[in-house]
Each structure stands twice: as C-alpha cells, then as structure tokens.
Design a protein around this ligand. Structure first.
Ligand code: URA
Length: 227
C-alpha cells in the first residue's frame, strides 16, 4: 500500500515498517505482511496519513497474440508488457481471447472494474466479426434473439450486417453479457467460425484513433459514462 501510494519503493516501505514509522489506525505495525484494508483503515507514515492511491483508468487497444494475464506459462507476450510504463498497479476489467483484438480497460479502481465486468450491470460491448462463411438474414436474426450455449441461453443482442465480401460476412454484434468466448461460441451455433474478432466499443467508449498496441487515459466523462 505504501509503494502504491507512491511514497517510496517496496524495499523502502519495508524498512520504514521495520523502523516503526508506520501505523495502522494509530497502532504501530512492524511486520510488512500485516493485512491492511485501505478503504477502512487509516495508515500513517511518521504520523502523516497516506493519501489514497490516485485512481487510474486506461484504455488499451490489444493486439492479437497477447494474453490477458500477468504471466503466461508458455512465455507469450502479455497485455501488461504494453503497459510497462504505467507506474500504478493496474488490472484489466475483463479479458479478451489471445486472438481477439480491441478495447480493454485497465484500472486500479476495484469497484469500477466490478461494475464493468459484473454480469448484472449489462454494460454493452460491441464486436466486429468476420465469419467464416456467408450468413443469411435468418442466421443473424438467431443471434439477435439469442442462442443456446452450453452455459445457457444468451440475452438478445444487437446485430448489424456490415458487408458480405467473397465468402465471408462481416457483422457487428453488441452483447450485454461477458461470458467466456461468448461471441465465438454464438457464431459456432450457426455452423460458422469467427475468423477475426475486434472489440470496438465498451459502453460509450470507442477505439477512435487509438493505435493498436497503444493505450490512453479515459476522460472523466468516459469514466462517468460507465458508472
Ligand atoms: N467473445 C469472444 O468470443 N472472445 C472475446 O475475446 C471476447 C468476446
């Protein structure tokens, strides 16, 4: 917590704790492994309260081939490699598959992340899909109405045909759930495969001119729009 509040490194923080300079709710603690609840407990260094860590909200355009986890046992690049210049410890609000590109939000605000990922909050997420075959209007209607997946029926979705090109249909789908591999599994119920998947919108937030592999801060308005 001390290092996250930006007052010093983890090593320094351990030394201060050992030296008895840190107190929690007025009581000196001398073990760095003591558990602290930053929301409800008051931590002081030399008697001065720590300011709460600055809340950070970032939008990353995830490239293909990056895993959405801290470490990958197979040594593949992770989304955190793209955020190495961010001093705060941020985590992703939701995940994208290895082969999916597009928008991912990172934050150190747990409540905000829960709000985006919780199945009850139904934050809409829009994807651009390249299907492995031409899809009929009736097939797109099935996606709109909802299809049955192994973990239950999907909620109604917005679906817009973008174009048919050669043997492929490109369409946009907006879902208000975030189940594992949901779009891919929905398309598979039609007997097709997803060849490309890009998440283009989360709530009111769009890719705009963000470059692939880059991130930017969300504006206050964008953060408010999601909460
Ligand atoms: N649906 C999928 O199938 N994959 C993703 O990465 C996101 C949504």
């Amino acid at each position: 917590m001390l290092s996250q509040a930006g007052v010093g490194s983890r090593k320094e923080a351990r030394q201060w704790i050992g030296a008895g300079r840190v107190a929690v709710d007025g009581k000196k603690i001398q073990t760095p492994d003591a558990w602290v609840d930053p929301e409800h407990q008051r931590v002081t260094l030399d008697g001065k309260p720590l300011r709460a860590a600055r809340k950070v909200y970032l939008l990353l355009y995830k490239p293909k081939g990056y895993v959405t986890s801290y470490k990958d046992p197979d040594g593949r690049p992770t989304v955190y490699d793209l955020l190495k210049d961010v001093p705060e410890k941020v985590f992703s609000a939701g995940r994208l598959d290895l082969d999916t590109t597009g928008l991912l939000i990172f934050t150190n605000d747990g409540e905000f992340a829960d709000r985006i990922t919780s199945p009850e909050s139904h934050v809409p997420k829009t994807y651009l899909v390249k299907a492995s075959m031409l899809l009929t209007d009736d097939q797109l209607d099935q996606l709109r109405r909802g299809v049955i997946l192994a973990d239950g029926p999907t909620r109604p979705a917005d679906v817009k045909r973008v174009r048919d090109s050669g043997r492929y249909t490109f369409f946009e789908i907006t879902i208000t759930e975030g189940r594992n591999r949901q779009v891919r599994r929905m398309v598979e119920t039609l007997g097709a495969k997803v060849l490309k998947l890009v998440r283009t919108e989360i709530g009111n937030i769009r890719i705009g001119d963000l470059q692939i592999g880059k991130f930017r801060a969300l504006s206050d308005q964008e953060v408010r729009g999601l909460t």
